[in-house]
Design a protein around this ligand. Sequence first.
Ligand SMILES: Nc1ncnc2c1ncn2[C@@H]1O[C@H](COP(=O)(O)OP(=O)(O)OP(=O)(O)O)[C@@H](O)[C@H]1O
Ligand SMILES: [Mg+2]
Length: 268
Amino acid sequence: MEKKEEKFLSLSKKNKELQILIENEIEKNRQKDKLLFAQNKMAALGEMLNNISHQWRQPLMEISSLFIPIEGKLNLNMEVKQEELKESIENLNIITKYMSNTIDDFRNFFATNKKIEEFKVLEEINTAYRLTSASLKANDILLEIRVSKNPKIIGYKNEYTQVLINLLNNAKDALIDRKISNPKIIISVKEENNEVILKIEDNAGGIKVDPLENIFKPFFTYGKKNGTGVGLFMSKLIIENNMNGKLLVNNNNLGAEFKIITHNNPIK
Ligand SMILES: Nc1ncnc2c1ncn2[C@@H]1O[C@H](COP(=O)(O)OP(=O)(O)OP(=O)(O)O)[C@@H](O)[C@H]1O
Ligand SMILES: [Mg+2]
């Protein structure tokens, strides 16, 4: 009798120890995911700094040339008309407003206000576009946005944008790397019942990985010089764990096709 009890006690002790061990491991994994998340954001930050410097170069050039004719006239003691001055000032305002918008996008994206909110999908597509457009344009990549409706999504806004940026960057990488002629990315959105389905397609020839699902594994990268293999793992975590949605992939006859399925009603 005593022996049985002892055995039971020692077993239940072992069980508890095991449970603690498991909890520790889970916590460690959670910490790892957090680290990866931060890393992915840092990589996105680098990418975006690049984009911002791209996006600022052109308006800076414009600003620097805006007052050259006026300065010239002043140097030659020629009259400067009020109208001319006014026009230059107006142009200056337009340009600085554009530059300030770029910075706002940037700041909003890195804000740490992690709360579930309702947002419009088109706005996030636009933000993702603004934050990647410079490198897309520099590589002559056409981005077509096909949206007949502008559905609302309930979830983490900045994280959703981060996923869009990851997917756009991957498509861009494949298009550039494979030197595709007429490179193109299509984003389309539809709403079905309680779901918002956003599709990102490219014409880069598809994902050359078998089975395809491997691309979602942490640190899985293929055919890239500087890939870390974190982008899609992170994206899947954001959509499926944090937003209770689905991130799906397949190859169509032109290239890769990703689907982000999220909810337009409160997450249960
Ligand atoms: N649109 C695409 N076309 C072709 N291959 C793709 C596409 N998207 C992803 N892949 C493949 O999936 C792999 C994993 O992508 P993932 O974004 O997770 O990592 P990565 O781009 O290699 O590195 P990073 O962490 O910098 O994003 C890529 O290395 C690439 O081989
Ligand atoms: Mg990537």
